[in-house]
Design a protein around this ligand. Structure first.
Ligand code: IPM
Ligand code: MG
Length: 352
């Protein structure tokens, strides 16, 4: 089981280390780890946020464990050298078009949510976010208009096959859950969204057992806060998925708890090739101080074992250990507690 470990910047290395301790505790046979630099760390050591060597390490692996990238010191460098380009580059180079971001309520955290406890505890949804298209990867440009004003633009588009393949992922995911898909778009304004809606409807015809609704993204933001428990699978594009997944994390209680998987079509000897990362960023404000909550990273490892290595038993055991730790009051600073990164890692390992 070849795993490329790309810890990255800020709190990335700290949380990755705890996830690797959890992996170690499972004592799985034949795990081979390769470590490579990514993000600002790679820019400093090798002049590029996604060096060829790192991309190759990811390609040669069966799965990638990814920490976080981002560094305020790089805010003013050219866009193609910014740390974020590393994760965007990996997603597109490896054709990881399907991003799954589950959000569920945890016992003991009801009071941490920004929502009322009875509303927060009902959350059990997964955001299926398209990851290779949309305004993220469209042509971008800066112009000077005739009258001298500066203008910036980014092209938003989706081709029908891009919509179709992510829609299939959402419907298949719904079949393993509660058979409901809410497709989120802005079809009242955007042509991109009108095509999106058309294609999602076509795909839906192949899944008669799944109930499909369409929702405008502004309304979806409102409903996620009002009644997050009413969602099962949320299918959406790259930009809206980015925004709604941060929103969903605060309904749960902390962004330090949400894991994600990014997958494409490639199959390995063990399962589906994928990249696994917490949805949080590099948190430069607390980096290097042992304060980060590694749970999102540990839960990303669980998703890796499930989707890329077919190890459902181990994945479920890790998730149960995290849930137990939370219920036992093992809370990091993000949850108002005083457990540090390593202590949280140890608490999860003990329960595992
Ligand atoms: C995420 C992040 C990334 C994104 C950034 C780091 C480019 O916010 O994974 O949600 O916008 O996709
Ligand atoms: Mg984001």
């Amino acid at each position: 089981m070849k795993i490329a470990v790309l810890a990255g910047d800020g709190i990335g290395p700290e949380v990755t280390q705890e996830a690797l301790r959890v992996l170690d505790a499972l004592k799985l046979p034949d795990v081979a780890l390769t470590h490579a630099d990514v993000g600002a760390t790679a820019y400093r050591s090798q002049g590029h946020p996604l060096p060829q060597e790192t991309l190759e390490a990811a390609r040669e692996a069966d799965a990638v464990l990814f920490g976080a990238v981002g560094d305020p010191a790089c805010d003013n460098i050219e866009r193609h050298l910014r740390p974020e380009q590393a994760i965007l580059g990996l997603r597109s180079e490896l054709e990881l078009f399907a991003n799954l971001r589950p959000a569920q309520g945890y016992a003991g955290l009801e009071d941490m949510s920004a929502l009322r406890p009875e509303i927060a505890s009902a959350i059990d949804l997964v955001i299926v976010r398209e990851l290779n298209g949309d305004v993220y990867f469209g042509k971008k440009q800066r112009d000077i208009l005739e009258d001298g004003r500066r203008e910036g633009w980014d092209r938003m588009s989706y081709a029908e096959d891009e919509v179709r393949r992510i829609a299939h992922v959402a419907f298949r995911t719904a079949k393993t859950r509660n058979n409901r898909v809410t497709s989120v778009d802005k079809a009242n304004v955007l042509e991109t969204s009108r095509l999106w809606r058309e294609v999602v409807d076509e795909v839906a015809a192949e899944y008669p057992e799944v109930r499909l609704d369409h929702m405008y993204v502004d309304n979806a933001a409102m409903q996620l806060v009002k009644a997050p428990g009413s969602f099962d699978v949320v299918l959406t594009g790259n930009l809206f998925g980015d925004i709604l997944s941060d929103l969903a994390s605060m309904c749960v209680g902390s962004i330090g708890l949400l894991a994600s998987s990014s997958m494409g079509a490639r199959q390995t000897d063990f399962g589906t090739f994928g990249l696994y990362e917490p949805i949080h960023g590099s948190a430069p404000d607390i980096a290097g101080r042992g304060k980060a909550n590694p749970m999102a990273m540990i839960l990303s490892l669980a998703m890796m074992l499930r989707h890329s290595f077919g190890r459902e038993g181990e994945a479920a055991a890790i998730e149960a250990a995290v849930a137990k730790a939370l219920a036992d009051g093992i809370h990091g600073g993000d949850l108002g507690g005083d457990y540090g990164c390593e202590a949280i890692g140890s608490a999860v390992v003990e329960r595992l």
